[in-house]
Design a protein around this ligand. Structure first.
Ligand SMILES: *[C@@H]1O[C@H](CO)[C@@H](O)[C@H](O)[C@H]1NC(C)=O
Ligand SMILES: *[C@@H]1O[C@H](CO)[C@@H](O)[C@H](O)[C@H]1NC(C)=O
Ligand SMILES: CC(=O)N[C@H]1CO[C@H](CO)[C@@H](O)[C@@H]1O
Length: 576
């Protein structure tokens, strides 16, 4: 009896100590348990060569009538999506000259057919390269060719952008399809009508018999620390890695997920769509994020899980308060990049939603994840590359691949993956996402390569040099684009032609919204332009003596920066 009490008291003391000194002990145990389960499942899938497509087909068998995608008032069941993807596969098989192992580039916005075209391609053993639909001209060609795609499929509304690069694509013998039923441009074929006419009968698995876990499943573009966007090849087994985030976050088969992130990014596609397939849940898909529609959609479709990036959370917190802010069924938010202050605001305003912050780079080999939902508090993130956790590198770009490898970091001969992200660890070893280092800045959730913006600016005949960087704007996530220009001798800045040029060559999030004209470029010892001083000076006309311009979107031109414009930007009256 005495022994029993001693043990009991001992246990109580132990639990109390655990609670005081390791408050996340239970969460840790729970997460380690889920983690182990997921890990063994992942290993089994790898052993059995079980792809996301196989998982989808199993869902079609077990729950054909369940809604898989809800979009703009229409719903599509798992069976509907399966049949549509059969049609796509058949249409491409007979008109696209495709065989197993080929890559097809998809240039399309967020809509249900994005999902069934991807699945259709998987059914004939082809990889899909997910092009960012904001890119144009030179970037578009670069993204297209670096994944060695032989076919381009574009949304009907992107016909203009395709026509711009059509001559080059034709030279490279690329088959170009547009997802409409009609098109009178020579060299562009229609696909919409062919998909409609094709049979929706299942296809033989022989058509994808060569697909292995190491085979490319998708190419996702990352705008890394240097140069134009690069294609990160994502093999089949790596899709599973991202896909299990929802399982780890505690998403169950009864949940409904709201996806408004672009499907050409790994978060929307791999964590969102593929994750939903793995969980067998309904996706509420949106073309684009809209702060005013967000909670309306969540109410209308009984959304329980939302996917975010930091910017989205901030926009939601900045939107006007409403009485029904807490009237919704959302219980969980999964994403990354939320800042501690925004996290607090969000939970205070929209109710007890648990937030699971995770971190992973598309091309990287590691991931972290904040499963206790703690609001947390910098170093460069690197991760060890081993045979178990290989870094597969960028498609057809050995030079960029090598740049991402850091050698001799902690020990001679070791090899690490340089993510280019700054992270901060707090006292409890929680990790926070800071900002990207190197020659990129992040604006509206997109990474912008400064060299790409500089390349576009130096194409102008009056620009000698362009030094591009990102500056912070109070009340905004990330940094907005700014350029310091050196003009050619005796040349003037042509304010309206700069705008036209910028709008033609760059996606809106990459536009330099401020331009300052300098007499000469300051260079570092290795002849790189000095940016840190420029970044610190920002865009305050009171501090900057150089001529300073602001891109006024209503006037579609750069206008001279004034103290009034500055004030209205700082106060948020002028929207950026
Ligand atoms: C495109 O096809 C033509 C005719 O088949 C061929 O002569 C040419 O070399 C091809 N070009 C490329 C870049 O493959
Ligand atoms: C949402 O839930 C309510 C109540 O449970 C139900 O009546 C309604 O049909 C659901 N809406 C959708 C779109 O599933
Ligand atoms: C996503 C992924 O493969 N992450 C791996 C990267 O490497 C670490 C440690 O070596 C593994 O634990 C991760 O699973």
């Amino acid at each position: 009896m005495e022994l029993f009490f001693t043990i009991l008291v001992g246990l109580v003391v132990l639990l109390a100590c655990l609670h005081v000194y390791f408050p996340y002990f239970l969460h840790d145990c729970q997460n380690i348990w889920t983690g182990l389960r997921v890990r063994s499942q992942r290993l089994r899938f790898r052993r059995d060569n079980y792809t996301v497509l196989d998982c989808f087909l199993d869902r079609v068998k077990t729950q054909p009538a369940k809604t898989f995608i809800a979009f703009e008032g229409k719903t599509y069941s798992f069976l509907d999506v399966d049949r549509q993807s059969n049609r796509v596969a058949r249409a491409l098989k007979s008109h696209g000259c495709l065989s197993q192992g080929d890559t097809v580039a998809l240039f399309l916005g967020n809509e249900p057919q994005f999902v069934w075209i991807w699945l259709g391609l998987a059914k004939i053993g082809c990889a899909a390269a997910m092009l960012n639909y904001n890119i144009r001209s030179k970037s578009l060609l670069q993204c297209f060719s670096c994944c060695k795609a032989t076919v381009l499929i574009a949304g009907a509304e992107l016909k203009g952008a395709v026509e711009e690069v059509l001559p080059t694509l034709r030279e490279q013998n690329v088959s170009v399809f547009i997802l409409g039923a009609e098109c009178d441009t020579a060299g562009i074929e229609t696909l919409g009508d062919k998909i409609e006419r094709a049979s929706d009968e299942p296809l033989s698995p022989d058509l994808r018999s060569k697909v292995r876990m190491e085979s490319p499943a998708v190419y996702i573009y990352t705008s890394g620390t240097t140069g134009l966007p690069k294609a990160a090849m994502v093999p089949q087994f790596k899709i599973w890695g991202a896909t299990f985030f929802l399982a780890l976050a505690g998403v169950t088969s009864k949940d409904v997920i709201y996806i408004n992130l672009p499907l050409y990014h790994s978060a929307g596609l791999m964590i969102g769509v593929a994750g939903a397939i793995e969980r067998g849940i309904t996706i509420v898909l949106r073309r684009k994020f809209s702060a005013s529609q967000f909670w309306e959609d969540c109410r209308k479709y009984n959304v329980t899980v939302i996917q975010y990036i930091g910017e989205i959370m901030r926009y939601l917190c900045n939107s006007p308060k409403k009485d029904n802010d807490r009237d919704h069924k959302v219980r969980l938010a999964v994403g990354n990049g939320i800042r501690a202050d925004v996290w607090k605001d969000f939970v205070n305003r929209f109710g007890s939603i648990s937030i699971k912050e995770m971190y992973a780079a598309t091309e990287g080999n590691m991931s972290f994840w904040n499963y206790v939902g703690k609001i947390g508090e910098t170093g460069l993130l690197v991760s060890k590359i081993t045979n178990l956790t290989p870094f597969v590198g960028y498609a057809n770009n050995p030079e960029q691949t090598e740049k991402k490898r850091l050698r001799n970091v902690f020990q001679k001969g070791d090899l690490y993956f340089n993510s280019g992200d700054l992270l901060r660890f707090d006292r409890e070893n929680f990790i926070y996402f800071q900002d990207r280092v190197g020659d990129t800045f992040r604006w509206k959730g997109e990474n912008v390569a400064t060299s790409e913006v500089a390349d576009a600016l130096t194409m102008l005949d009056f620009v000698e040099e362009a030094n591009v960087y990102g500056v912070q704007v109070p009340g905004h996530e990330g940094r907005i684009g700014m350029a310091a220009l050196i003009l050619k001798e005796e040349k003037q800045l042509d304010c309206s032609s700069v705008f036209g040029h910028v709008a033609n060559h760059l996606p809106a999030y990459g536009w330099p919204r401020f331009i300052r004209i300098q007499k000469s470029l300051q260079l570092t010892g290795t002849f790189k332009p000095i940016k840190s001083q420029l970044v610190r000076e920002g865009f305050d006309p009171a501090l900057i003596k150089d001529p300073l311009y602001f891109l006024d979107q209503r006037q579609m031109a750069y206008v001279l920066m004034t103290q009034e414009i500055y004030k209205s930007i700082i106060s948020g009256t002028t929207k950026l």
